[in-house]
Design a protein. Structure first.
Length: 400
């Protein structure tokens, strides 16, 4: 049976409850490039191999701007907002990326290490006092990234809880949560607008918004509308992905106990383990790296005409046996782990990738050092999982 016959179609943006995990299709593919069909009947190509996915993300003939236009094939709702970094191609993308990238340099991110370490310690203090058993999602994986984001933005402490509520609600975990997510998005946008106005009145701070409002490498500042448009996707990605990746990583280590025990013995291996977990774990059930060709291009021996929609499935590429031998095996010592494409590649490589790595590493190292016998308090098979865009457990009770 062909790949097209066996693979489920991509979901409609309005039907996020559909089980649309296509990661299992990789074994059916006779080619690194396959054909699938959107829910509305639109044909798309799937880039599956590591080499093909990387080409789609790096080759300028695969356009993100064309894939972001209203009416273009998409697996998530398109809101038609202008000025979005992730909806641009160079040179417009290059200029805006230079502005935003100032807030996520290696030096800037590394300066946060002591503060993130202190925050993790405080959260684990609370978890230890509450249990065992205790829900590590409620005590650590959910509050950690959003609290770091509050610090980055310069959100006043008294507004932290409201900010956290909006961020945690804005990505619907199921179809029936969409109306509540839309309201949270409106409230978050209004709050960010007021925060931008306040930072504009008092310039010179070291927070993310102040950095974006300051003149960039081109000597020009970004206007308020562009800053506001890009803050929400940056914040949602910074919270939702890190939160769920940390939860998923713990589940993976609990079900591969020898890997957890190895990190307990060798906490210095945590940074490499973080990359292996980013490679190994399925964070999103849908491929969101859509591109449209602007000219004829050869992709892994397949000639694609202009206007071809291509979805680069990085989670499938991360199981490519050519790059990752025995790819289904979790191995926190894997030397090739850093070659994963979880953060993408090319011009649209995730700007917050270094920050995510830092948060994941600090949290995981603190856990293996402080709770070496940490384990699930319920059978992993009984965990309830989100059925929206992001994959992750709703709760993860643990004991020690």
């Amino acid at each position: 049976m062909s790949l097209t016959d066996r693979c489920p179609v991509f979901p409609s943006p309005q039907d996020l409850s559909v089980d649309h995990d296509i990661s299992g299709c990789v074994r059916l593919a006779a080619s690194p490039v396959a054909i699938a069909v959107m829910a509305d009947g639109t044909p798309v190509r799937l880039a599956l191999s590591h080499e093909a996915v990387r080409q789609v993300l790096v080759d300028p003939r695969f356009s993100r701007a064309e894939a972001s236009r209203p009416g273009a094939p998409s697996v998530v709702p398109f809101h038609g907002q202008s000025g979005l970094l992730h909806a641009m191609d160079p040179p417009e993308h290059t200029a805006l990326r230079a502005h935003i990238g100032r807030a996520f340099t290696s030096r800037t991110v590394e300066r946060l290490r002591p503060e993130i370490g202190a925050l993790v310690a405080e959260l684990l203090d609370t978890m230890e006092a509450a249990g065992p058993p205790a829900d590590v999602v409620a005590h650590l994986t959910a509050p950690l990234p959003v609290t770091v984001l509050c610090r980055l933005l310069g959100v006043p402490y008294e507004n932290h809880e409201a900010f956290r509520s909006w961020i945690e609600t804005i990505v619907p975990a199921s179809a029936d949560a969409a109306p509540r997510a839309a309201r949270a998005a409106e409230q978050l946008t209004a709050y960010l607008g007021s925060l931008i106005a306040a930072k504009r009145r008092t310039p010179g701070g070291e927070d993310l918004i102040s950095t974006l409002l300051a003149p960039g490498p081109d000597g020009l500042p970004l206007d308020d509308a562009t800053v506001l448009a890009n803050l929400t996707p940056l914040l949602v990605a910074g919270h939702d992905t890190t939160h769920n990746q940390l939860s998923n990583s713990l589940v993976a280590l609990f079900t591969h106990r020898e890997q957890w025990d190895l990190l307990v013995r060798r906490p210095d291996r945590v940074p490499r383990a973080v990359d292996e977990l980013l490679r190994h774990q399925l964070l999103s059930r849908i491929g969101m790296l859509m591109r449209v060709t602007t000219s004829e291009v050869d992709l892994a021996g397949v000639t694609l005409p202009p206007g071809t929609a291509v979805n680069a499935l990085n989670h499938v590429a991360n199981r490519d046996p050519v790059v990752f031998p025995d790819p289904d095996r979790l191995d926190v010592r894997r030397r090739a782990a850093r070659k994963h494409l979880a953060f993408g590649a090319g011009p649209h490589y995730c700007p917050g990738g270094q920050l995510a790595r830092l948060e994941l590493s600090v949290a995981l190292e603190a856990l293996v050092r402080r709770f070496p016998r940490l384990r699930p308090a319920v059978p992993v098979a009984e965990l309830r999982w989100k059925d929206g865009i992001m994959r992750g457990p709703w709760h993860l009770p643990v004991t020690w």
